[in-house]
Design a protein around this ligand. Sequence first.
Ligand SMILES: Cc1cc2nc3c(=O)[nH]c(=O)nc-3n(C[C@H](O)[C@H](O)[C@H](O)COP(=O)(O)O)c2cc1C
Length: 331
Amino acid sequence: MRLGEIELKTGAALAPMAGATDAAMRRLCAEYGAVCTVSEMVSAKALTMGDEKSVRLARGGGGDAPYGVQLFGAQPEVMAEAARILCAKRDFVPFDFLDINMGCPAPKITGSGAGSALLKDPALAGAVARAVREAVPEAIPVTVKLRIGWDAATLTGVEVAQRCAGAGIAMLTVHGRTRAEQYEPGIHPGEIAKIKAAVPIPVLANGDITSAEGAARLLAETGCDGVAVGRGAMGNPWLFREIAAVLAGQPVPEPPGLSERFAVLRRHIYSMCEEKGEWAAMQQARSHAGWYMRGLRGAARLRRECCALQTFEELEHLIERAWEMQGGTTP
Ligand SMILES: Cc1cc2nc3c(=O)[nH]c(=O)nc-3n(C[C@H](O)[C@H](O)[C@H](O)COP(=O)(O)O)c2cc1C
C-alpha cells in the first residue's frame, strides 16, 4: 500500500494516542512491525505561538517505519502555518508525513471546533485539509484521522472523507465510532466500509483490534487497505508482528515469553526516561508498566504497585517481584 510516494509494508499502523504514543512507544512498535506510526496530537495554535513543549511532542521520529506528526486545530490558516513551521524544523523534528486530527472527542478540543467537531462542518473540515495540503511540499503526504460522524444523526464521515480526498489528502484512518460513542460500545464496520467505498485513496480501518484475527476480520468486513491499532498495542507491541504475519498469510508467531515481555517493558521505560528525564517519564510509565502486567499471575496487585512507581530502580524491583510471582527466579 502506498502513502504518497512512501511504500508501506504489510501489517498494521500504530494509531496516535495522546499520553502513550511517544517516541519510545513508536520506535518499539515499529521494531515489531508497525507499518507507520503517528505522534500524540499537537496543537497547531501552540506551535504557531512558539510553544516548545509542542515541538517536543513531535520530536523523536518513529524508528524505521514512516512517521507522521498529528496536528489539531480548526482554523485553516493556523493549521497551515503550523504545518509550515514543522516543515521548516524538519532537520530537528524529522517526520515523513503530517496527519490531521478530526476524531478527538475531548471537550477541551471540540470546544474550539477542532478534533471531531470538524465532523459537524464538512466544508470547514475540507478547508482545513486543503490548507494543510497546500502549505507543505508535494513530497510530504498529508493524512486525516476521522470518526464516522458526530453522532447517530450526523454521520458525516463519507462527506468529510470525500472533501479530504478532493483536497489532496493521501490516506484516511477511520475510527468506526461517532464522537457521541466515545470509545464504547462496539465499532460500526459497515460505516467504515461506506467511507472506503466513497473515496479513491487508501483507508485504514480502526477500532477495537486486539488480535491478528481481529485485524484480518475488520479488513474483510470493511474492504479497507489496512488497519490501525491503538489501545491493543498498549503493553503489547508484539501485536504488530502477529498482524503482519496473518495479513501476509503466515502462521501467527508465538506470544512473547515472560523474559521477553519483561525485557521489553524495561527497555521501553528506560528509553522514556532517557528522553523525558526520569521524573516525567515515570509518571507516564506507571500506566505502561500496568499494561505489560495484564494477564500475569497476581496482575491486580502488580498493577496497583505500578501505580506507585516513582523511579526506574523501583520498576526494576517490581519486575523482579513480578517474575518471582510467576514462579521464575531471575528475569
Ligand atoms: C488514551 C488515548 C489517546 C488518544 N489520543 C488520540 C490522539 O491524540 N489523536 C487521535 O487521532 N486519536 C487518539 N485516540 C484515538 C485512537 O487513535 C483510536 O482511534 C481509538 O482508540 C480506537 O482505536 P483502538 O480501539 O485500536 O484503540 C486516542 C485514544 C486513546 C485511548
